[in-house]
Design a protein around this ligand. Structure first.
Ligand SMILES: Cc1ncc(COP(=O)(O)O)c(C=O)c1O
Length: 430
């Protein structure tokens, strides 16, 4: 009665009331254990003891805003800078991914003195007014697209406009952005930024082809804009072989601004914007101070440092690669067996399973995906869907997810998809 109806629950017909969690497991009020395959916020594992300890110890000493000197803030900025290319050496600390992207937008506009933004179709960059405006996933259902926002096609080589059989899909997708820039400029508009999630999640767990970011950055820079990599879901080693997902594009690629959030505090609200000295200085030149009451407080920074320590100490990047590769292998075996699985794509523990109704048109199997999620829940496995057709099963578990967990989920998937009832149900979906 007292909560807004626009806040949605998972499984609204039979919601789960959870009371505690540990590692990759969460427990409901009856003590039932669920395997969590989707919580990319509890990055190093729910309630990781080292993170809880760091928070508790710092809470007992001091927590305040960042108008005083404090080692945690400086240490944390230094540690983060070691994970990034040298040029991204200036940090702003904030409380949520939305705050980070909103600040990135302000920085881009202040630095370039331009207004317009290019985003990918179906993107989501946050819930603030400024970010709803640059999130087609949201604004398409609201009053629509602002004149300063330009939407580029998703570089999706499975169901996008240029597919795996195209002779140069990277160039073709990059040319779409170039066309957008040219058209905007013809109307006298000026590009401030290109915003992209390094691996588009809401768009359907998309892996942009290698080299795409470099080409886009060249066009955007030529137009006087900056490149913003949103790492709010996919950063901090989830992809395994690199710490940041934009690094999958190659060492020669460096964004101008990187935004971080969700996994950064393992559940504690902490976020960050990393940028270059030039951009930060252009922002400071206005003379208007940047103050954020909670951003960069000693407790948040102690937590952030503990998360980085755990990633290193427990070799979670290597683990994400090993478990992610194993899970992809098992899912690909399922793909051969079950025609409903059209595509399995991913890197590290960021994996999507694209469910289709027919091989030729690749029509999204939306209802079937929803049915599968409900069946998984009955087996105490929490999964969810993404993509404009809500037909892509997404795996983004805490990084402590194991090979046994992967095997269990895929065995269950096989069991459900092989079941006689499910075949009958799926055929009746038509
Ligand atoms: C890619 C991306 N950017 C930004 C945000 C906004 O982050 P927050 O909900 O912490 O404000 C989200 C949240 O889902 C996200 O997925």
């Amino acid at each position: 009665q007292n909560l807004v109806s626009s806040c949605k629950l998972f499984f609204p017909e039979d919601p789960v009331k959870i009371v505690r969690a540990k590692g990759q497991y969460i427990y409901d009020e009856h003590g039932r254990e669920y395997l969590d395959c989707i919580n990319n916020v509890s990055h190093v594992g729910h309630c990781h003891p080292d993170v809880v300890k760091a928070a508790h110890e710092q809470n007992q000493l001091l927590n305040t805003n960042s108008r005083y000197l404090h080692d945690n803030l400086v240490d944390y900025a230094k540690r983060l800078s070691k994970t990034l290319p040298e040029k991204l050496c200036t940090f702003y600390f904030l409380n949520s991914g939305s705050e980070a992207n909103d600040l990135a937008l302000r920085l881009a506009r202040q630095y370039t003195k331009h207004e317009d933004v290019i985003v990918l179709d179906h993107a989501y960059h946050g819930h603030l007014t400024s970010l709803i405006d640059i999130s087609p996933y949201k604004f398409r259902n609201l009053e629509g697209q602002k004149e300063w926002v330009h939407v580029a096609p998703l570089p999706d080589t499975y169901r996008g406009i240029y597919r795996e059989d195209h002779k140069d899909s990277v160039l073709a997708y990059a040319n779409e952005v170039k066309k957008i820039i040219d058209q905007a400029q013809k109307k006298g508009r000026k590009i401030a930024a290109f915003f992209i999630e390094s691996l588009p999640s809401v768009g359907g767990q998309i892996i942009p082809p290698e080299g795409y970011f470099q080409m886009i950055a060249e066009h955007v820079h030529k137009a006087g804009g900056v490149f913003v990599a949103d790492e709010i879901q996919v950063g901090f080693g989830r992809v395994g072989k690199c710490f940041w997902a934009f690094q999958l594009q190659g060492e020669d690629f460096v964004p101008d601004i990187v935004t971080m959030g969700k996994p950064m505090g393992n559940g504690h609200p902490i976020a960050c914007v990393a940028t270059t000295k030039e951009i930060a200085e252009a922002f400071a030149d206005t003379g208007v101070e940047y103050f954020n009451t909670f951003g960069g407080n000693p407790v948040s920074c102690a937590i952030g440092l503990a998360v980085l320590d755990v990633i290193e100490k427990e070799h979670l990047q290597a683990h994400a690669t090993q478990v992610g590769n194993f899970l992809m292998e098992l899912l690909n075996q399922q793909k051969v067996k079950h025609p409903i699985i059209g595509d399995v794509r991913g890197v590290g523990l960021f994996i999507g399973v694209d469910l289709i109704k027919d091989q030729e048109k690749r029509t999204p199997a939306t209802k079937e995906a929803e049915y599968l999620i409900t069946r998984f829940k009955r087996e105490y496995i929490l999964l969810s869907t993404d993509g404009p057709g809500r037909n892509v099963l997404k795996f983004k578990p805490p990084l402590c997810f194991t090979m046994d967990n992967a095997k269990l989920v895929v065995d269950k998937m096989d069991e459900i998809l092989t079941g006689k009832t499910v075949r009958l149900i799926f055929s009746s979906f038509g």
